[in-house]
Design a protein around this ligand. Structure first.
Ligand code: DQA
Length: 166
């Protein structure tokens, strides 16, 4: 389905839709280890994205469950509702082969993001099992990691014309 932003109807440019998907414990942002993850809550981060990118249609989803993330990835793929996905998988990043397989199973590009620099933290966080199947990885810039993820998806879309070649 091609959705056209009213302001852009005259040149029939497609409005891009991105899913911002957050995994376990990211609902606790603001209260959870603020010295690592900062004082903004997830709603603040999501609001910041909407404000910074008024030209993008965002869908936001968070789940504490691996299965919840998998279901959302498949639903988005099957409905064809989003052009790209920004994923902070939380701790699942480091061990979820199921999540990796789900990302491999869809054609929508996924950008892996992290608030903290996972390569400058504990040994067990330095490996991501999903990076290989993601379109790119952004780690260590706090909420700006999500913004950089949007820029990355936008530039991919621009390179591929009106949409993505998956
Ligand atoms: C995180 C890093 C993960 O190691 C951790 O389990 C998280 C958050 C980040 O955004 O920095 O929950 O993905």
């Amino acid at each position: 389905m091609i959705r056209t932003h009213p302001a852009k109807e005259h040149n029939s440019m497609k409005t891009l839709s991105f899913l911002v998907l957050n995994g376990p414990n990211l609902s606790r942002l603001g209260k959870r280890e603020p010295e690592v993850y900062g004082y903004l809550c997830l709603d603040d981060i999501n609001r910041g994205l909407r404000e910074a990118f008024p030209d993008i249609t965002f869908e936001f989803y968070q789940s504490e469950y691996e299965g919840g993330l998998l279901e959302k990835l498949f639903q988005s793929e099957d409905l064809g509702t989003v052009d790209g996905i920004i994923l902070n998988a939380g701790a699942l990043t480091h061990y979820s082969v199921a999540l990796r397989d789900a990302i491999s199973a869809i054609s929508t590009p996924v950008i892996e993001v992290h608030l903290s620099n996972i390569y400058a933290r504990e040994e067990f966080r330095r490996h991501s099992v999903i990076s290989e199947v993601c379109a790119g990885v952004i780690s260590g810039f706090g909420p700006v990691s999500y913004h950089l993820g949007v820029h990355a998806l936008k530039s991919r879309a621009a390179e591929n014309g009106s949409g993505f070649s998956h």
